[in-house]
Design a protein around this ligand. Sequence first.
Ligand code: ATP
Length: 509
Amino acid sequence: MAVSRDEFFREVTLRICSSLQINTAFGRVFEYLREHFPMDHMFLDITDKSLGVIRHIAVATIGTKTPEEIITIPEGLWEWVRKLQVPFILTPSDQDDRIRAFAPLIKLEGHSDLSMPLRIEEELIGFLVLRARGEGKFTPEHVELLATVAEPFAIALANVLAHEEVIKYRDILIDDNRFLNREILSSAGDDIVGGNSGLRNVMEMVRQVAPLSNTVLLMGETGTGKEVIANAIHFASPRKDGPFIKVNCGAIPESLIDSELFGHEKGAFTGAVAAKRGRFERASGGTIFLDEIGELPPQAQVRLLRVLQNREIERVGGSKPISVDIRVIAATHRNLERMVSENRFREDLWFRLNVFPIIVPPLRQRKDDVPALTRHFVELKSRELGIATPPAIAPGALERLMNYGWPGNVRELENLVERELIRHRGGQLRFDSLLPSERGGETQPVTEGKSGGPLNLDEAMSLHIGKVLKMTKGKIHGPGGAAELLGINPNTLRGRMNKLGIIYGRVRR
Ligand SMILES: Nc1ncnc2c1ncn2[C@@H]1O[C@H](COP(=O)(O)OP(=O)(O)OP(=O)(O)O)[C@@H](O)[C@H]1O
């Protein structure tokens, strides 16, 4: 025991901090402490009040027998355990009732323990326990010497706990990421309707380009499915287990775009209270999907060009470049070539992006996909809306949907199906009242006439007759017909309709 307190403190502290692996560091301390304490085992324990247990987090021993890992403490003893402050000696025949009650729980029979409570900011977080075979092995000098290293052990234990917490969250995040990737895959990759018909050429190009890492440019009107195709490329590529990060370039305010895309260092600008990774960094190892690329402001276009050229980004306020391993897929509904000629989009960026352009055709050019898409959305939206049995589609309805122009493309069809399902009150889905081209007027009441002033009487009458005809599905004559609802003779109604130029044929059922 002839060791100075300073030297003892220094050696123990160096050893307990010598490795990030607590068992390795703990083994090194054990070797050293055995020179000063008569012990066979040493435990680093954490106390978990919520579970009512003490758990060994590290064990060092000269024997092979592994002690119990978890010790359950009865409710009545917690108060006593929680208040323990200084190292204390435990023997099975101790005079203290509580120690005698505690002894069998920790299997003390035939041993002595020297136990040191470990505290951080007053709160008990665990114990360091030295165990020797035989009773009466520890002396007050041992107690005093061990007390000098309470702090380094408490800090080491707190670090282990913090590390465990980080690992736990990391595992949760990895698991979430896997789950979300699977979700995206099942909601996109598998569900491309028309892959063998209207999108056959597009899918052929997807198959060609997916295994590579080159930039892809998706062009097509809004709502044609560009994002769906970008997903398909990512999930068919070797990067499929990496992130798929989407950026809607048109939706980020210009003042934030640099920090969103490239991240920033702490203190780079007012409000940058912590360093933040940008979307490019987050996409590393995976794919970044730059939607609405035509909306990117000129400054950000320059920065993007640099990323495409060097595969490096620089955080706002940062001084060194960070390399990123990403695949870029860009999309636009704009005519970028025209924007280049109008000096609204950089020509050099356009060349970089336009390496492998894929044009996603509008729905009106692939009308044969409309029936399959409609059925797909009826199934999908019924599931989302909690409708157990998706309603059937009325004969003739699909034909009518195919004859519509779909300016909003697949998204418009998707929305139409959803609205129809929400309004659906039994029977088959007819879609007859919802097609915008067949609406008698807007869904909102119209109060403004062609002249810009209020509706004149003819305009109001025309609108009203149109609405009623829509309700009766074009029926003019007989019970439930428009004439009856409007309270006029059917011939009078026909006369008015001719005068007002309303052509309204009976809808086929
Ligand atoms: N071939 C398809 N099969 C199944 N669903 C599709 C298909 N094409 C598009 N969709 C669906 O239609 C909606 C619109 O598609 P998406 O968002 O990919 O269009 P977009 O071209 O990226 O639109 P925008 O230009 O407005 O961003 C999405 O809900 C998508 O899931």
